[in-house]
Design a protein around this ligand. Structure first.
Ligand SMILES: Cc1ncc(C[n+]2csc(CCOP(=O)(O)OP(=O)(O)O)c2C)c(N)n1
Ligand SMILES: [Mg+2]
Length: 339
């Protein structure tokens, strides 16, 4: 194992909550918003109100929120096909996202992009991406732009365990390191690429973050279901990047509780075991964070319930907004299309 590889975890539910209360509330509410939004996406899909597929982020919420809560509004983010969580964590609007999912004119792309193309330049969200590894070059370029303009902006590149085997990772990580660019490469290791276990296709000893040694950048292996561990790692790495000390590779170990996409209904009967899923369900990032907040005296059961009611209502409103929004006119089919 490389000497620069650090194992980061604060993963005990017994542990203290070493973050200020307003931040804890924000982290909790964002994670729960992602969970409730994704449940609504599945519902909308099941009702036949959404075309195509969607890749749900359920189970991985602590990764997006832990990282994005360490960013400024004008920092950049590139996302993936499993992007809803990243977008919400960076401030994306759930009503416009839901409208986009349903192909409606009030969606982020006027309904022409769908789940895998949502972007919001005003929030530094350079886009979800249907191309596995497609965000790596974009994030590296955005970081170069920030550096050349001297703005202090950083770029976060989210990608999966499958994407780390794409050639784009070598090219992007190499340039980012050579030019000391402010990029956080965040690998969300959910242990599967589609229906294939990462360990069967990825040549590392134990952690994909070991690959950072080949690019002379620090690597952090994080309990990705622990929002505190993820957030603290991100704060440290963002500070380092802003100070001109260059990129890093963060590996958030996590798990997607649902199938690869909404049509992959029962993974436990095919490519993974119920026992494995159960082990990860016991580490669900949301109740885990809630328990810590309760222990710290920040909330009680009743307040948690009321937070959930508010968030569920916000998501229901988003679905209603999307339902009421019209489809785009046929005449604008070639507008806003650049390639
Ligand atoms: C370049 C490219 N190759 C293959 C695909 C098909 N594909 C879509 S998602 C996926 C698996 C990606 O796995 P991972 O990076 O671990 O992300 P996860 O789905 O686990 O979040 C594949 C192979 C694609 N979209 N783009
Ligand atoms: Mg994966």
């Amino acid at each position: 194992m490389s000497e620069s590889l650090e194992l980061i975890t604060t993963s005990s539910d017994e542990g203290t909550l070493p973050l200020p209360e307003p931040l804890c509330r924000e982290i909790y509410e964002k994670m729960l918003t992602i969970r409730r939004f994704e449940e609504a996406v599945l519902e909308v899909y099941t009702q036949g109100l959404m075309r195509g597929l969607a890749h749900l982020y359920i189970g991985q919420e602590a990764s997006a929120v832990g990282i994005c809560s360490a960013l400024n509004d004008d920092d950049y983010l590139t996302s993936t096909h499993r992007g809803h969580g990243h977008l919400i964590a960076k401030g994306g609007k759930v009503d416009r996202m839901m409208a986009e999912m349903m192909g409606k004119v009030d969606g982020y792309n006027r309904g022409k992009g769908g789940t895998m193309h949502i972007a919001d330049m005003s929030l530094g969200i350079l886009g979800a991406n249907g191309i596995v590894g497609g965000g790596m070059g974009m994030a590296t370029g955005a970081a170069l732009s920030g550096k050349m303009r001297g703005t202090g902006q950083v770029a976060v590149c989210f990608f999966g365990d499958g994407a780390i085997n794409q050639g784009a990772f070598l090219e992007s990580a190499n340039l980012a390191s050579v030019w000391s660019l402010p990029v956080l490469f965040v690998c969300e290791n959910n242990h599967y690429g589609e229906y294939t276990a990462a360990k069967d296709v990825t040549a590392v000893r134990e952690h994909v973050a070991e690959r950072a040694a080949g690019f002379d950048m620090p690597a952090m292996v994080v309990d990705g279901n622990d929002a505190v561990a993820v957030h603290q790692t991100a704060v440290e790495m963002v500070e380092r990047a802003r100070a001109g000390e260059g990129p890093c590779l963060i590996e958030n170990k996590t798990y997607r509780y649902r199938g690869h996409h909404v049509g992959d209904g029962d993974p436990e009967k095919t490519y993974r075991t119920q026992e494995e899923t159960d082990t990860w369900l016991a580490k669900d990032p949301i109740p885990r964070f809630a328990r810590r907040m309760m222990k710290a005296g920040m909330v009680d059961e009743a307040e948690l319930e009321s937070i959930d009611t508010t968030i569920t209502k916000r998501v229901e409103d988003a679905v209603a907004f999307a339902n009421e929004s019209p489809y785009p006119e046929a005449g604008e089919v070639t507008d806003h299309v650049f390639a």
